[in-house]
Design a protein around this ligand. Structure first.
Ligand code: HEC
Length: 161
């Protein structure tokens, strides 16, 4: 064997060894990738389960609260607090059902308004359980935008003046 041939063999052996070494690295990288994807998928599942649980909790609410949650008033793109109120909030706040402070009742609304609008917005959007009952988040209709809920709160405040 000449020196030149020796060199060729060495290079070939080196390349084979290199490929041989890379394969397990690639396999490990692939497994880590799969693992990460798996964790992400599990995470998504958890979110879905949470959403499903909330959905079920919503459906388990007293009869009066269920149907009204589905009503999405058609405001034609314009945020109309009165329409939102009439389409949903009125169901409780119009009559005082479920312990809701009745619209236009200054005695019931005065101390609430005194908390400041931001608090009322927060409670109407995120839900709130107080001394008289439970205010569902967005009145029970998650399809409403924050702006629509705020406009409805403004309408409620206006009626109590
Ligand atoms: C299922 C009945 C129900 C519906 C529908 C409902 N509310 Fe209420 N809401 C309540 C009850 C009950 C309270 C009182 C909670 C308490 O103070 O114990 C309340 C309280 C509030 C308060 C006062 C929160 C505070 O901090 O005192 C605001 C503001 C309000 N609702 C806005 C709305 C708006 C806006 C809508 C429509 C998008 C709406 N509500 C729909 C039941 C309802």
């Amino acid at each position: 064997m000449s020196g030149h041939e020796m060199e060729k063999t060495t290079v070939t052996q080196f390349l084979i060894a290199l490929v041989g070494a890379l394969i397990p690295v690639l396999i490990v990288a692939f497994l880590i990738f799969k693992l990460v994807m798996g964790i992400m998928a599990t995470h998504v599942d958890v979110e879905d389960t949470k959403a499903a649980a909330e959905e079920i909790a919503k459906r388990l609410k007293p009869v009066g609260e269920v149907a009204i949650g589905e009503a999405k008033p058609d405001t034609g793109g314009v945020v109309d607090g009165k329409k939102v109120y009439e389409g949903l909030c009125q169901a409780c706040h119009g009559t005082g059902a479920a312990g809701a402070p009745k619209a236009g009742d200054k005695g019931a609304w005065g101390p609430r308004i005194a908390q400041g609008k931001e608090t009322l917005f927060k409670h109407a959007i995120g839900g709130f359980t107080g001394k008289s009952g439970a205010m569902p988040a967005k009145g029970g209709n998650p399809a409403l935008s924050d702006a629509e809920v705020k406009a409805a709160v403004e309408h409620l405040i206006g009626m109590a003046k």
